[in-house]
Design a protein around this ligand. Structure first.
Ligand code: GDP
Ligand code: K
Ligand code: MG
Length: 290
């Protein structure tokens, strides 16, 4: 049997989280068109009993840290660099090849690397061939595969390549497990995603979500979560006129959570102001950024 860690690296917005979800057929990682949506290392397991267990990790896009939250984010990337058996180096086909090449070289990975050129649906075939040839010539590229994570095209080819490079070994997790993170984590992420989708420029980067209560009550799951922001003015924006925005966040998040849990949910959201939480070790820990 083959088993091991396959970690996805790349610049912000390459499509790493979209790929994880597409490979697993389950929405584990939140997705938005904004950079730095993903803050954690998120593992998802793909198991074919007796044949393979692939432990995928989605990671935050690689950036220069500007505050402590960023440092924690890049810490999780570093961990993923250390335990990879196979690395997927993901590049947006529309993005600068040279910049991505510089990043991939700087990672100095010693494990087999598959360069995954994503967003084939958004470029012309000739341009794609050029990107493909460029990466095929790089010493770190064991293989180059072009996909569209969004349209789910060519994922089987990618999966076969991964299995080919995966080491022999026993499975690390039970066949039926999908992830090692608690349900509560995903619930918080679904709320956070709505903030990324509904609000412009700055707000999402000042926001964290803390799930305080997760209780099964008869046929319903009761969830209470706090949305944390840094300033009173941000709180007012999140609440919106007569509560219109918080209502939108709540109903969109509830829909996703119900689909994920396959159960009816009562979701209660509060907004709290915690100045400078992004640079406060204790608060970062409380909100799940270790
Ligand atoms: P990450 O930051 O690398 O995790 O990227 P995301 O998965 O969050 O995706 C960033 C943006 O790119 C989102 O708007 C996605 O819908 C979009 N995206 C991801 N994969 C594709 C793709 O194959 N084609 C196109 N056109 N867009 C994609
Ligand atoms: K993103
Ligand atoms: Mg992501």
């Amino acid at each position: 049997m083959k088993a091991g860690f396959v970690n996805i690296f790349g610049k912000p917005n390459a499509g790493k989280s979209t790929l994880l979800n597409a490979l697993l057929g389950e929405k584990l990682a939140i997705v938005s068109s904004k950079v730095q949506t993903t803050r954690h290392r998120i593992k998802g397991f793909l198991t074919e009993p007796g044949q393979y267990q692939i432990i995928f990790s989605d990671t935050p896009g690689i950036i220069e840290p500007k505050y402590k939250l960023h440092q924690k984010m890049m810490g999780s990337v570093k961990n993923a660099l250390e335990d990879a058996d196979v690395a997927l180096l993901m590049v947006d086909a529309k993005d600068s090849k040279e910049e991505n090449h510089e990043l991939f070289s700087s990672l100095r990975l010693k494990v087999p690397c598959v360069v995954v050129i994503n967003k084939t649906d958004a470029v012309k075939p000739a341009a794609l061939e050029e990107v493909k040839a460029f990466f095929a010539a790089q010493p770190y590229a064991k293989q180059v595969i072009t996909i569209s994570a969004l349209k789910q095209s060519n994922l089987d080819e990618l999966k076969n390549a991964i299995i080919h490079f995966l080491p022999e070994g026993d499975p690390f997790y039970n066949d039926e497990d999908l992830t090692d993170l608690p349900t509560k984590f995903f619930v918080g992420e679904m709320v956070r995603e709505k903030v990324f989708l509904l609000f412009g420029d700055e707000i999402p980067y000042h926001t964290a979500v803390l799930v305080n209560e997760f209780k099964e009550k008869d046929t319903l799951i009761k969830i209470q979560a706090d949305i944390i922001v840094q300033r009173e003015s941000q709180k007012a924006i999140l609440i919106g006129e007569k509560g219109s925005m918080i209502k939108q966040i709540g109903s969109a998040a509830r829909e996703d959570i119900e689909a994920f849990l396959q159960q009816k949910v009562f979701l209660q959201l509060f907004i709290k102001v915690r100045p400078k939480w992004r640079d406060n070790d204790q608060q970062l820990k409380e909100y799940g950024y270790h």
